[in-house]
Design a protein around this ligand. Structure first.
Ligand SMILES: *[C@@H]1O[C@H](CO)[C@@H](O)[C@H](O)[C@H]1NC(C)=O
Ligand SMILES: *[C@@H]1O[C@H](CO)[C@@H](O)[C@H](O)[C@H]1NC(C)=O
Ligand SMILES: *[C@@H]1O[C@H](CO)[C@@H](O)[C@H](O)[C@H]1NC(C)=O
Ligand SMILES: *[C@@H]1O[C@H](CO)[C@@H](O)[C@H](O)[C@H]1NC(C)=O
Length: 757
């Protein structure tokens, strides 16, 4: 949900997809008749038997204060939802009350490490493989006691009440216990995303004057190395994982830090319990650092009121949520999306089993061969996912199929093709008996990968790749409706398949739209909404308003739907950026009725049923020399469909009337072409510099641009092929693999300049 910004939809992409699909349908009158029948019969049926289907109203227009625009609230809740129940006005109160209510029930589960080994791959690299055992559970009562002990321990350790604590660690049970402990002593928690890098870590710890840092043992070395720059730190608490302090790399540099293990702090508190000092609704619970796509990371101040509101709102969108649910937790808790999800589970009294992205399934990288992944041991009913994870699941499945070989592989491949044909070609097949047959024969085991009980997946983050989307749809029997589809399948006929397929749904993937600034949630698809490309109505804790952006050509008077910048208002809108009043004033506004609004910079449109669709991003629209507007993201999304493109950044500037592009070509495809075309080269980087290669890729771009009906000024006039892939480690793409424009622009400044010569 959070950071899931930026997506595009164009009717031209739709047309391209449609024309592509039909071109593969084949020739001959017979085929056309079948296709026509396949399209017409269901339509006839639905009109004859169902009449005009009544559209369910999910969002309702509403008159509100602040800047003029088109505002909508959730149709089921006329009043904004603020708390899950009356007394739960802060995270600390919610935690205490829920723990007391569910005292003997399972709460947090962790897998015990059975053994650890290293295997060496054929190219000499070493990989860690884990054998993990069953989940060991702590009850709500036990967790509450641990949080109380930790809270007292922190103060006994010498943490000053008015200073902040930081958490820099992977998701685990103690992460939750640590922040709940901090809240009981009214301590604000600073969270730092582990993938932000050392500079961002130094910057955020220093900016927020963190005095106690809670981290994983593997981070102690990093901290020691930057100790001279993070001088506000007095205490370091590390989560144990069986290792002792001596081999943790604590050097003389850090001798002025008190370094204690988590359990030592708990013991301190247990021996000298202190009364809590509980926070209030408007107190800052978290300062959550997110990667700004430009410059320094920004710390978003999240209040206790924000989190309890989002927990209350998300509870309303997960069908039949109960204490019987088991949640698989593995995404970073430093990300507001996971934090919101776990807060929901806590409110309801569900069990939360912890895992990691690298141990999720039986075939995950870190799982020792022949032992079980987190999902198969836990058998969860709920989980969160980002597209990268669904990609990994897909790779795991393909690997298993490959290894099994023989009949199983043949069956799988054949079944997959048939199902794909059903979805992409004659979608009539999606409804047929054949589909069910294939489900039983080929995909039954696959659905078990995430556990046979999996029933709802909350999906957020980056756009989902076409492959993974198709794969999940086919193998998991799921209905995906996602932000991703706004880019990949705007209005695609897949919508119809989903509508039909939703009658036989096993797990539902619900997509959300939101940002850290809106405390994860803003909009969320309802479970019974089979449409794609939209992000649902506003959550019940906030309003969504479209505000005209005349300059960019989006107004609320547009037909057929009102369009404009997406502005989110209500109780989940956060308090602003830490120590950055200027930026806070720019994007947060409080209206005359006291409603707090956040300007997202995304462009959206409201469908008649009150569902939002994100169609563009303000920042990514450039006005060219002759006055045309070019939407960089839209062009990139269209050009990505060229087989040669692995990654692409389109660049435009107001002093020219055309755009250019930096492209990381698909090594496999380009090498293949070079071999066929007889292009001699020593290595890939040399190939990328060959004029022939550049022109081959450019021709392919022109072709897809034409098919997507891009304008001439939208087709890159010049391109540069780059041989090195863009990775999160290099800082050129985000952890969710979205390109970072500013970083790319500065890194390839010279290349871009040359393209404009
Ligand atoms: C909690 O901390 C805030 C500052 O973050 C302060 O304004 C408030 O008075 C504190 N509450 C208590 C009960 O100490
Ligand atoms: C200790 O600090 C110095 C300077 O701040 C640095 O050069 C050195 O690498 C540090 N040593 C360790 C073990 O981190
Ligand atoms: C830490 O913050 C202070 C101001 O609060 C600033 O003067 C100093 O340069 C910062 N240090 C680092 C290493 O960023
Ligand atoms: C690739 O080949 C070119 C020319 O043959 C050479 O100059 C360059 O160093 C090579 N690059 C790499 C990464 O091997």
């Amino acid at each position: 949900m959070a950071g899931s910004k930026g997506s595009f939809s164009t009717s031209s992409v739709l047309e391209r997809l449609n024309s592509n699909d039909y071109s593969s349908v084949g020739k001959g009158f017979g085929t056309y008749c079948i296709v026509a029948a396949a399209i017409l019969i269901p339509i006839l049926f639905s009109t004859i038997f169902m009449g005009k289907k009544k559209v369910k109203q999910r969002g309702v227009p509403v008159e509100l204060g602040g800047e003029a625009g088109y505002a909508v609230h959730n149709a089921r809740h006329a009043e904004l939802v603020e708390v899950p129940w009356k007394e739960a006005t802060t995270m600390a109160a919610l935690f205490e009350q829920s723990c007391k209510k569910h005292l003997p029930e399972r709460f947090l589960g962790t897998r015990k490490l059975v053994s650890k080994e290293f295997v060496t791959s054929s190219d000499g690299r070493k990989f860690e493989k884990l054998h993990l055992g069953d989940y060991e559970w702590q009850t709500y009562g036990q967790v509450f006691d641990r949080a109380c002990n930790f809270a007292s321990g922190l103060i006994m350790l010498g943490h000053k009440e008015d200073t902040r604590a930081g958490i820099f660690a992977d998701t685990r049970a103690e992460w939750l216990i640590a922040f709940q402990g901090c809240f009981r002593q009214n301590i604000t928690v600073v969270t730092i995303y582990a993938s932000l890098g050392v500079d961002a870590l130094t910057y955020s710890l220093n900016e927020t004057q963190v005095s106690t840092l809670i981290c994983d043992p593997k981070h102690l070395k990093t901290l020691a190395a930057i100790s001279s720059k993070i001088t506000t730190i007095k205490n370091v608490i590390y989560f144990e994982d069986g290792e002792t302090t001596n081999d943790l790399g604590i050097s003389a540099n850090t001798s002025y830090w008190k370094v204690l293990s988590f359990s030592e702090v708990e013991k301190l508190g247990k021996n000298s319990p202190l009364p809590p000092s509980l926070p209030t609704k408007n107190g800052i619970a978290f300062v959550m650092y997110t990667s700004g796509s430009t410059g320094q990371p920004k710390g978003v101040m999240i209040t206790h009121g924000n989190i309890v509101a989002i927990a209350a709102a998300v509870m309303t969108v997960i069908p039949k949520l109960s204490t019987n649910d088991v949640f698989l937790a593995y995404l970073p808790l430093a990300h507001v999306f996971e934090l919101a999800a776990e807060s929901v589970m806590l409110s309801v009294g569900c069990a939360i089993g912890y895992g990691s992205a690298l141990t999720l399934t039986d075939t995950s990288n870190k799982i020792k061969k022949g032992t079980k992944g987190d999902a198969s041991v836990l058998n969860p009913t709920l989980m969160t996912a980002v597209p990268a994870i669904l990609d990994r699941v897909r790779d795991g499945v393909l690997k298993t199929v490959e290894e099994r070989g023989g009949l199983a592989k043949k069956l799988f491949n054949f079944g997959y093709k048939r199902r794909l044909a059903a979805i992409e070609g004659s979608w009539f097949g999606a409804w047929g008996l054949e589909r069910m047959l294939w489900d039983v024969i080929a995909f039954k085991q696959i659905r078990a990968i995430l556990g046979v009980r999996m029933r709802f997946i909350l999906c957020g983050g980056a756009p989902l790749s076409g492959d993974s989307q198709r794969f999940t749809n086919i193998c998991m029997g799921t209905v995906l409706w996602s932000l991703a589809e706004t880019i990949l399948y705007p209005g695609h006929r897949m919508q119809l398949c989903c509508a039909l397929g939703s009658a036989i749904v096993w797990a539902i993937i619900g997509r959300g739209y939101g940002l850290t600034e809106t405390c994860a949630g803003a909009a969320f698809t309802e479970w019974d909404d089979p449409s794609v490309g939209r992000v649902g109505p506003p959550l019940p804790c906030c309003y969504i308003k479209l505000v005209s952006w005349e300059e960019g050509g989006y107004t609320v008077a547009d037909k057929p739907m009102p369009r404009g910048e997406v502005v989110v208002g209500g109780v989940s809108v956060t308090a602003g950026y830490f120590n950055y009043q200027e930026k806070t004033n720019e994007v947060y506004k409080v209206d005359e009725r006291g409603t707090r609004w956040f300007y997202t910079g995304d462009i959206g449109q409201f469908h008649p049923d009150g569902c939002l669709e994100i169609i563009d991003r303000k920042k990514d629209i450039v006005k060219l020399q002759h006055g045309e507007y070019i939407s960089l993201g839209k062009v990139e999304a269209a050009l990505t469909s060229s087989d040669y493109v692995d990654n692409i950044m389109v660049h435009a500037d107001p002093f020219h009337n055309y755009c250019v592009a930096l492209i990381v070509p698909s090594r496999h495809m380009l090498e293949k072409w070079a071999q066929e075309a007889g292009i001699q080269h020593q290595n890939f980087s040399e190939l990328c510099n060959k004029a022939d290669a550049v022109s081959e890729v450019q021709q392919s771009l022109s072709k897809v641009a034409k098919a997507s009906r891009l304008d001439k000024f939208e087709t890159p006039a010049k391109i540069k092929l780059l041989s090195d892939p863009w990775t999160p480690e290099s800082g050129l793409v985000t952890a969710a693999l979205k390109i970072k424009r500013e970083q790319l622009k500065s890194k390839f400044k010279d290349e871009l300049q040359k393209l404009y010569k």
